[in-house]
Structure formats: structure tokens, C-alpha cells
Design a protein around this ligand. Structure first.
Ligand SMILES: [Zn+2]
Length: 484
């Protein structure tokens, strides 16, 4: 009797614990279903090892292999790239409404590939699995991460034949484009999520803010008509806009909506698929686009919630139409405001826009000058009270060991770079040092010339712009270091 009671007690405790566990999991499930994926929660679940400027198949293959153990994810090989790299599709859920999401058809646009792997990582957590139980009978999601692994391998937009897969939707001459079209025709998705990266120079409308995310419900004809499928895509985007207004206000724009006959998004829109183009863009201090990656992961979770619950149908089309368009070139890498220049006996105050080549830190150019107050930038420096001074070479004629103090002293003397035999120079400084730079500006700054000159006042040289890097001589610090 005693033993029976104990057994009963243990059994009852077990039931209570199971109930408590169920309640906890249900709560966790509801959190994602109701609040979406919070930024804080995202940090706990995001896929490891993908904080890179460019992802290749080698980066994602081990993660895909890990995820194959999750029974909720049904892996199959969609096919292979022209050079033989596998292209995977992963099906999740069994519901009647179908969502197809594909990334990196442009090989050098890998941000959202990481987001798709974040989504798979979420689905391998306990709360992710319970979240899935909330929609798996309503939706089937098919994910194709990295449609263009050959382009990804060499950091190219194009496939290995040199063809832009996203201009191959009609001609279908690339194996990768054919695979995507096959997948769409076999799967017959209701919704398509077309995942890309855009250049970092897009501003949100007339604002000075980066378009960190741009969205579009692509047109299916030149008249940009709105049919039922496109309406649904616009309504889903209106839902996405609400998430972004909460997560990163002011950084959402609408992508150019000109009809693009050869593109997949526009072609799928014409096939009755509610297609949403999602473009990852730049953000300050975020060269690897981890801000856009997180936002897209959040948008994916929200979209599945919204489509499963039909919540998007509540959105008015005006919420989509009110999103400002991308302003191409509205953002500059560096703006130097109000620098005094002298030209033919007259002085003027000008703003200068500098573009960097972040990847190689080469060829930083003066992109524009004049009144540039309409532009935003990653870095901005007010040069009021400072004058432009042309670059000047220090000729190398004997070995020179250059430490930071000696270098600063030369810059103060008005030298901006070295000329002659580079092997004579031994660098004992981590500051940027230019040897034989090309296409230097003259007595006034000029467009397309090297972003290399000095900024002076009555007390002498104060700053040096060295191939786009602005060095403050007093503190020996770069005011716009790369990667920030
Ligand atoms: Zn693209």
C-alpha cells in the first residue's frame, strides 16, 4: 500500500511536471507566434559561423548537414549547379498554403542565405518546434538556400557561364534558373520570397538613412497592374513594414518597381504567385550586413505567422504604397562638409563625397562635390574652417624606417604620400601609408580623382585624407576606419 501510494505520487508528479512542461512550451510557442522572433531571442538561435561578407557553399554545407537530423526538415537535392555543387531544397510543414523562399541566385548576395539558415536553426530548438506545430498544418514552406553556389564560390553575381540567373527566367539557359523554374512549377507556391542584396548606397526616399531593407511586390506587366496575387504580396509587405518600423525605424524602402520581363520575381508574379522581393542593404558599422540578416530572419518568421493566420489580409494597400522608394546613390561612404577651396582667385565652400572600396581598400575616389546636403553617409566630417591643400610626394632616395611619430611629422610638413622605390620604406606604423598613388587631384579636388589630400588651417595641416581614410594628426586616429 505504501509502495503503491509512493508510486501513485510519483506518477502524479510526473503528470504535473509534464503538464508544466507543456504549459512552458506552449508559452514559448505562443511568444514566437504572437510577438515574432525578438532581437534578443534571435541572438540565442542564430546559426553559427555565418558572420562573413560573403558566404560560399563550404560555409553552409556543415550547417545543412547538421540540420538533416531534424525530422521536421525534409531535405532533398533539387539538383546541382553547372560545376556540380548540390542545390538543396528543404520542405517544412504539410499545409495547403505553399511558400517558396530562395536565396543567393546572385552569388555575391549571401546575406539572406544566413537568414534561411537562422530559420532552420530556430526550427531545431524546442520553442521553434512548438512554433512549427502552430502552422505546420496550414503551410508548407520550401526553402532553397544558395541557388547559385558557383557564383558564390568566386564572389560573382553571375553563374559559371557568366549569365545573370535573374535575367534568365524566360530564356532558361542556366541549369540553376531551370531548377528554380522547375521547383516553382512542381511546388506551385502561393507565396514566393525572393532574397537578394542591394548596394549600400541606397537611401530611404529623401531621408539621410540607409535602406537596410528594401521590399517590393514586383509587377507582372509594364502597366504595373495589381491583381489578386500582387495585392496579397503588397499586404504581406505592409505587415513586414510594421515589424521593421519597430525594429529599425526609417530604414525600410521600396525597391524600383519597373517591370523586368526577364526576372524571376516578375515572371513568378505573372504566374499568379504572390511574390515579395527582399533586399538586404547596408547599415553603419555593419560591413557583413548582420543587421539586415537579423531583420530578414525576423521577417521570415513574421511572414509565416501572418500567412498561416491570414493576418496580412487586414492590411490596406496604402500601407504598402506609402513606403518610400529607394534613392539610388543617396548614401555616401564619407561626406566632408564645408571645405574651403580656392579656384582661379576665388574661394568657395564645398561638400565632398568620397566612395571607398571597402573590400580591397583601394581606389577611394572623390565622387562628387558641391552642395551635398541632400545626402546621407556612413561617416560625416564637418571641415568648417579648414582649407583644401593638394597632395604632395615625399621622394624616397634612401632607406627610411617610418614610425608613427615620424609619419605624422611628414604629414604636418605637407607630404601626403611617398614616391619612388617602395622597397626603401620600412613601415613601423599601422596608419595607412600611400606609395606612388595614382590619379591624384591637383590644386582643387576633382571628381573621379584619388581621395587623397590635406586639410589645413592657419596653424598648419590638421587632417590628411589618405585614399579615403581621414586621419586626424593631433590624435593620430582614423575618423572613418574601415568596418565602422
Ligand atoms: Zn540580386
Amino acid at each position: 500500500m505504501q509502495r503503491f501510494s509512493n508510486g501513485l505520487l510519483v506518477a502524479m508528479m510526473g503528470v504535473a511536471m509534464a503538464l508544466a512542461a507543456m504549459a512552458f512550451k506552449t508559452e514559448a510557442e505562443q511568444v514566437i507566434a504572437q510577438q515574432g522572433l525578438t532581437a534578443q531571442h534571435y541572438l540565442q538561435i542564430k546559426a553559427a559561423g555565418l558572420d562573413k561578407a560573403q558566404l560560399t557553399y563550404a560555409d553552409i554545407a556543415p550547417l545543412l548537414q547538421q540540420q538533416q537530423h531534424n525530422p521536421a526538415l525534409r531535405f532533398s537535392q533539387l539538383g546541382q549547379s553547372l560545376l556540380g555543387t548540390p542545390i538543396w531544397q528543404i520542405d517544412i510543414g504539410n499545409g495547403p498554403v505553399k511558400v517558396l523562399a530562395w536565396s543567393q541566385m546572385h552569388g555575391d548576395e549571401s546575406t539572406a542565405t544566413a537568414s534561411l539558415l537562422d530559420l532552420l536553426a530556430l526550427l531545431s530548438t524546442a520553442e521553434g518546434q512548438h512554433w512549427l506545430q502552430g502552422w505546420q498544418d496550414k503551410l508548407t514552406l520550401r526553402v532553397i538556400p544558395m541557388l547559385n553556389p558557383d557564383g558564390a564560390a568566386v564572389g560573382s553575381r553571375f553563374n559559371s557561364m557568366g549569365i545573370d540567373i535573374n535575367r534568365d527566367a524566360r530564356a532558361l539557359q542556366t541549369p540553376e534558373g531551370r531548377l528554380l523554374m522547375q521547383a516553382a512549377k512542381a511546388f506551385k507556391p502561393d507565396f514566393g520570397l525572393n532574397l537578394h542584396d542591394q548596394n549600400r548606397f541606397h537611401a530611404v526616399g529623401d531621408s539621410h538613412k540607409q535602406a537596410t531593407i528594401s521590399l517590393l511586390a514586383p509587377a507582372f506587366n509594364a502597366a504595373k497592374d495589381i491583381d489578386a496575387a500582387r495585392s496579397k504580396a503588397m499586404q504581406l509587405i505592409a505587415d513586414m513594414a510594421q515589424v521593421l518600423a519597430h525594429e529599425l525605424p526609417g530604414h525600410l524602402a521600396k525597391y524600383d518597381d519597373t517591370f523586368s520581363w526577364r526576372s524571376f520575381g516578375d515572371t513568378f508574379a505573372g504566374m499568379g504567385i504572390s511574390t515579395v522581393l527582399i533586399e538586404a542593404g547596408g547599415h553603419p558599422a555593419d560591413d557583413n550586413r548582420q543587421v539586415a540578416r537579423r531583420l530578414i530572419s525576423q521577417l521570415l518568421v513574421m511572414s509565416l505567422n501572418s500567412i498561416a493566420s491570414d493576418a496580412y489580409r487586414q492590411q490596406p494597400l496604402t500601407a504598402y504604397q506609402q513606403i518610400p522608394f529607394n534613392r539610388d546613390g543617396g548614401i555616401k561612404d564619407l561626406l566632408i562638409d564645408k571645405l574651403q577651396i580656392a579656384s582661379n582667385g576665388q574661394t568657395a565652400q564645398v561638400d565632398l563625397a568620397i566612395d571607398l572600396d571597402i573590400e580591397a581598400a583601394k581606389h577611394a575616389r572623390i565622387r562628387d562635390l558641391g552642395d551635398l546636403s541632400i545626402y546621407g553617409s556612413y561617416h560625416r566630417f564637418n571641415a568648417s574652417g579648414l582649407q583644401y591643400q593638394a597632395p604632395k610626394a615625399y621622394a624616397l632616395s634612401q632607406p627610411l624606417a617610418l614610425d608613427e611619430a615620424g609619419y605624422i611629422a611628414l604629414l604636418r610638413q605637407g607630404y601626403s604620400h611617398f614616391s619612388g622605390d617602395a622597397s626603401l620604406l620600412t613601415l613601423n606604423t599601422s596608419l595607412p601609408v600611400l606609395v606612388n598613388p595614382k590619379r591624384l587631384p591637383g590644386d582643387t579636388p576633382q571628381r573621379q580623382h584619388s581621395a587623397t589630400f590635406l586639410l589645413v588651417n592657419a596653424d598648419g595641416v590638421q587632417l590628411a585624407l589618405l585614399n579615403g581614410q581621414l586621419l586626424d594628426l593631433a590624435s593620430a586616429t582614423l575618423l572613418n576606419p574601415l568596418g565602422t
